[in-house]
Design a protein around this ligand. Sequence first.
Ligand code: ZN
Length: 343
Amino acid sequence: MESQGAPITLAGTWFAAGSSKSHVATLSLDSGVLTLSANDAAATFAPGDVHVTGLDDPLSVDFPDGGSFVATAGDAGARALLAALRVGDSPVARLEKSWRTVIIAAAATMALTALFFFVILPAAAKPAAMIVPQKWARIIDDQTMIILDKAAFGASTLEDDRRQELEGVLAGLVDQLGLDADRYQLLMRHGRMMGPNAFAMPGGTIVVTDQMADFVDNNDQLRAVMAHEIGHVEERHGLQQLLRGSTLAIMLVMVGPDAGTISHLASGMPAVLMEKGYSRNFERAADLYACRALTGTGEGTEAYARIMEKLMEAYPEAPAGAAWFSTHPDSYERVVMIRGYRP
Ligand SMILES: [Zn+2]
């Protein structure tokens, strides 16, 4: 682009290429042509061929032959010349500027995306999870059990007496913790390949495998496992994790959940339980909930730490999904936290 407007003339000093010897000179811009005058000679340049290195005062202009002109400090024309030359940025300079713009825009987009997924979405998922009515949450449990009974569980082979005893363990804990007894139900299932395991679903269904019931040394250890699962239910980790995957589902829940929304959410629950597991933060939260609950009842956290250790000893390889703690990362760290917990 040509620089137009009134002629601008600057007084200053010219240095020839490779020389530190200064010459009194003037630089003028007229009708889009730069004219350098020094030692009674003059040379002309196109504005696009020079490079302005001084940003303000003193302004400095480098010429393609290696020479340079430095305007006298305080020359009022410097700012006008600078503005005029800026208009005539070279295509490369314009491209550099646009690349910088592209990079800044991309970084801003990434930051906003991260903010959305790691801050805004989890923050929105929590209140949405809290307002899902219990009847809808229980429907998620029921739909999830239909899938898991086909794909993962077998029918329980425990004796009726033992099953009733375990239902009593859960009911006793729920009662002692002052929780809603109607919300909770214990389902016993054969865990097949997954071995000793336990799961919590959004509506308060807790599944304990036969293998877990056989594996524990005593019912106190089962109470500890159940306390952890109750933590997932009370803090609505299942619903939060499902809602974090979908802005649309959050909005639908906010305006009032219906069967379609709930069914859509429920379809994600088997994968949360069997593959992905709850997030690490939710596991820590459930641990803390269990520690608080077990110290609150006066029994302390030793049985909890012990069942974790026992599982780690029995399943040192801990293939994914094969044991209760394998969906719960950082097992050693957790045992230390559980044993050291003080209310
Ligand atoms: Zn857990």
